[in-house]
Design a protein around this ligand. Structure first.
Ligand SMILES: NC(=O)c1ccc[n+]([C@@H]2O[C@H](COP(=O)([O-])OP(=O)(O)OC[C@H]3O[C@@H](n4cnc5c(N)ncnc54)[C@H](O)[C@@H]3O)[C@@H](O)[C@H]2O)c1
Length: 254
């Protein structure tokens, strides 16, 4: 199996892409650590994977807390014996309030950045520190978005955070290659549900618009994205670093 013997920490692992990546990577032989909130979400996914006979654990972790992220990395390392893969995936999308830059409070802007950009900074900071200390290389996968590649979304702090993640990914790729650490970004297109889906103001309209704009004619699923994350985590992708992998049914180039 591609990921035999590897240990992976996945933020936002209690639902969506993070949960799908956890299931997929566990099947590929990795020990997976689902880190995220709510605690019930990450626990349910860890229980599901464990009860199927694979290695998983849940660590309730709010990525807006550096101490919590540091503790999650330490717990993952202590339990499974190291850290080889970090999937920085946790994210929010404040559909109704992350709009209208000209009248937005700074606190509104900051709420998205604190999870989507600073949260990934914290995840990479503590993940990289562990990888460097153990000196056996590693792979970091940052979940960005096609909103980093065009101006379509009204959610301005969200798209700015996702654009910033491409810079962070390239920085890590260049400056940590000397430690044998790779870093790549994945940009999912329009999936069936987004973060904070229950708050979306017009799910039906969004579905129609996104299907119409996507050449493959359907919305994506978390299971469409998980294998890409697993491949970038594996040694089979060993010559890929600093890349931006767009998995979007063609919407970006249409
Ligand atoms: N769904 C899409 O269409 C789409 C498209 C492009 C990019 N993405 C990105 O993919 C990633 C996963 O999104 P998803 O679609 O699976 O949605 P999701 O809501 O299922 O996943 C996001 C996860 O992050 C968790 N989370 C939120 N705040 C957190 C915090 N402070 N600390 C820890 N965990 C926190 C959520 O509880 C959730 O489990 C996100 O970064 C999102 O921006 C999604």
């Amino acid at each position: 199996m591609q990921l035999s013997g590897k240990i992976a920490l996945i933020t936002g692992g209690g639902s969506g892409i993070g949960a799908a990546a956890g299931r997929y990577m566990a099947k590929q032989g990795a020990a997976v650590v689902l880190a995220g909130i709510p605690a019930s979400g990450v626990q349910a996914i860890a229980d599901e994977i464990s009860s199927a006979g694979m290695r998983a654990m849940a660590i309730p972790t709010d990525v807006t807390s550096g101490k919590a992220v540091q503790a999650a990395v330490a717990a993952a390392t202590d339990t499974f014996g190291g850290l080889d893969i970090v999937v920085a995936n946790a994210g929010v999308q404040r559909h109704n309030t992350d709009v209208n830059l000209f009248e937005m409070d700074e606190s509104e802007w900051d709420r998205t950045q604190d999870v989507n950009l600073r949260g990934v900074f914290r995840t990479c900071k503590y993940g990289l520190a562990q990888m460097i200390e153990q000196n056996r290389g590693g792979s970091v996968i940052i979940v960005s978005s096609i909103t980093a590649l065009n101006g379509r979304t009204p959610n301005v702090s969200y798209m700015t955070s996702k654009s910033g993640l491409l810079g962070m990914s390239r920085h890590i790729a260049v400056h940590y290659a000397k430690y044998g650490i790779r870093c790549n970004a994945v940009c999912p297109g329009a999936l069936e549900q987004t973060p904070d889906w229950e708050d979306h103001p017009d799910p039906g309209g969004r579905e129609e618009a996104m299907i119409g704009a996507t050449p493959l004619g359907r919305l994506g699923t978390a299971d469409d994205i998980a294998p890409w994350i697993a491949f970038l985590a594996s040694d089979e992708s060993g010559f890929a670093t600093g890349g931006t992998f767009v998995v979007d049914g063609g919407i970006t180039i249409a």
